[in-house]
Every structure is written in structure tokens, then in C-alpha cells.
Design a protein around this ligand. Structure first.
Ligand code: GRG
Ligand code: ZN
Length: 312
């Protein structure tokens, strides 16, 4: 745990390398991944909270949305990450929730789907981002929630999985977004639970790791994309958790910290977060629990629920 925390801190501190500039456009999500991983390791305050909060606020646009970093266009992906970061630091009062809700609501289309930004790409990822962002802010009433759920359900396939838009192939990443969105919309009855959970547990390969769709390679991040759905749908016991834990642990860089997508590859912050998050979902000793729908530490979600007046 010490090495993973040091790896994440090192990533946050190094700005004189190629990766720093090459990842500029999605830095807001990178900060969310690193910070949430540190929370699960009980080390939230290893990063400079006040500096991060100041930077997050600098990335907000006049229309209420947030960019991936300063000078980048507002997008739902980074608006969600920004709101998640502020929730972790218990600093949601620093932003105008109505202004953010207006930005999100402005991206909903007549069929219930969401565009990611003003340029109009439609994807079920953005449905999840919109619903989660507004749930955290306690502003779900800014959008048409039943219509949002109806659109997500229209992306459901014969195998029980979900894709990016209607008719697109089932992919575990999209399944996470759709199951998460339906959970937030209180519409899980639109999921064919047994069919989908069977498809999800079929993602486990002989390596113990999970893949994202049939015939593809296993990858640590699917420990989150698949497992979170199995957890939401109460079927976590349908996979071999011991074998999956072993696979994730095998992908650790034991010298420099960090977790890679599969054994022998280079570690990165994305897979470090999703590996730790997967272990946390399986109750791995010493890790903070994570909420499978909010993708935030459970303690943060309890606080959000209290703030929004819902029973925790
Ligand atoms: C708050 C956790 C959280 C997420 C925000 C952005 C988002 C919402 C969700 C992304 C879901 C998604 C699509 C994940 C998949 C990422 C991934 C590993 C894509 C790789 O796709 P391919 O086709 O990989 O390159 P395979 O494994 O199919 O070969
Ligand atoms: Zn991956």
C-alpha cells in the first residue's frame, strides 16, 4: 500500500515529462482516479487538497461545465470528475449546483440520451455521467430521469449487456455505465439480472482476470467495470473472487508501486485505481470500501446522502 501511494504521489508531482503534457486533456479524471485510489488506501491527504480544489475551480467554464484542465472545453466526463473530487474534499458548497445542473440538463436530447458536450457525441457513458453528477449535487430533478432510463434501456442487447448507442455491441465499460445509470434512476427493473450477470461472470478467463467482451484479453480495469455491476446486482459471488484477486495482485509493480492492465505491462494511474477499487469491492483487507454506483469511497457517499436529505 505504501508503494502504491508513493507511485500515485510521484505521478502527481512530476510535471517535467512527456506523459504530463500528453494527458493534459483528461487530467481532471486522472486526479479523480489518483485521489480516489489514495482514499481507498487511507491516504487522502497525501495530495495537496487546497491546491487541487483551487485548480478544479479554475477549470470551470461560464456555462457551468468543467474542462479536462485549464483552457480545455467543458465536457460531461470532466464535470463529473470535478464534482467527485469536490465531494471527496467535502467542498461541494464552493460551486453553484444550479449552474452545473443547467449545463448537464442542456445536454439531454429529446430521446432521453445525453451528448458529452456542445459538439454532440451521444454515448451511454454520458447518461451515467449526467445522472451521477446530478445525484451528487442533489439536482436530479433538473433532467427527465424516466426518459434517460428509457434511452439506456434501448441500448440493451440480446445477451443482456449494453452498448454505446442502440444496436452497439455489449462492452463491460458500457454495461457499467448503463447499470450505474439505471441504479441512479431507480430503474434496475429494466435490467435482465440473471442474463446480464451470466454474461458478466463469463468475462472471467483462465488467468483469473476479467475481459470486457467475448474473445478479448483480460485487463485489470474490468475488475471494476464488471465487478461493480455484479455488486450492484447482488451477484458478486458468481465469479471466482480468489482467482481475480490473485490476478490483480500479480499485476502490481512490486518495486516502484502501481498496477498495470496485465502482468508484465507498465503500471499506470488508471489501472492502479481500478485494481485497488476491484480489490476493495471484494472486501480486501485494509482497504476502504468503495460504492459500486458512485465510484467513490462509501464514507463519501454516506455524507452526500446526508447532505441531500436522503436516508443513508
Ligand atoms: C466514475 C468510474 C467512473 C467512470 C465515468 C468514462 C466512464 C464514466 C466510463 C467509461 C466506461 C468504459 C467505456 C470503459 C472501458 C474502457 C476500456 C478498457 C476501453 C477499451 O476498449 P477496447 O475495445 O478494449 O480497446 P477491449 O478490452 O475490448 O479489447
Ligand atoms: Zn484496462
Amino acid at each position: 500500500m505504501d508503494k502504491h501511494a508513493a507511485y500515485i504521489r510521484g505521478f502527481a508531482e512530476r510535471t517535467d515529462n512527456f506523459e504530463y503534457y500528453a494527458t493534459e486533456h483528461f487530467r481532471m479524471s486522472g486526479v479523480y482516479w489518483g485521489l480516489t485510489a489514495l482514499c481507498l488506501l487511507h491516504r487522502r491527504d497525501d495530495l495537496d487538497g487546497p491546491a487541487i480544489i483551487k485548480w478544479v475551480l479554475e477549470c470551470q467554464h461560464e456555462d457551468g461545465g468543467f474542462g479536462g484542465s485549464e483552457r480545455h472545453d467543458a465536457h460531461l466526463l470532466y464535470t463529473l470528475s470535478a464534482v467527485q473530487i469536490l465531494a471527496i474534499y467535502n467542498e461541494l458548497d464552493l460551486v453553484d449546483a444550479d449552474k452545473i445542473a443547467k449545463f448537464v440538463a442542456g445536454l439531454q436530447q429529446p430521446d432521453g440520451s445525453f451528448a458529452g458536450d456542445q459538439w454532440g457525441e451521444i454515448d451511454t457513458r454520458f447518461s451515467y455521467c449526467a445522472l451521477l453528477c446530478l445525484s451528487i449535487l442533489g439536482k436530479l430533478d433538473a433532467i427527465d430521469v424516466p426518459k434517460a432510463a428509457e434511452y439506456v434501456a434501448s441500448c440493451r442487447n440480446f445477451d443482456g449487456g449494453f452498448g454505446c448507442t442502440p444496436g452497439c455491441e455489449s462492452h463491460a465499460g458500457q454495461v457499467f455505465c448503463c447499470v450505474g445509470a439505471l441504479a441512479l434512476a431507480d430503474s434496475l427493473h429494466l435490467v435482465d439480472r440473471d442474463l446480464l450477470c451470466w454474461w458478466l461472470c463469463e468475462r472471467q478467463t483462465p488467468s483469473g482476470g476479467l475481459n470486457g467482451r467475448p474473445e478479448k484479453q483480460e485487463d485489470v480495469c474490468y475488475s471494476w467495470w464488471c465487478l461493480s455491476c455484479l455488486s450492484i446486482l447482488e451477484r458478486l459471488h458468481w465469479i471466482d473472487q480468489a482467482a481475480l484477486s490473485k490476478f490483480i495482485l500479480f499485476c502490481q509493480d512490486e518495486e516502484d508501486g502501481g498496477i498495470s492492465d496485465r502482468p508484465e505491462d507498465m503500471a499506470d494511474v488508471f489501472h492502479t485505481f481500478f485494481g485497488i477499487a476491484g480489490l476493495s469491492l471484494m472486501g480486501y483487507e485494509g482497504l476502504e470500501p468503495i460504492d459500486p454506483t458512485y465510484a467513490l469511497p462509501s464514507a463519501v457517499v454516506d455524507r452526500i446522502r446526508q447532505r441531500n436529505g436522503a436516508p443513508s
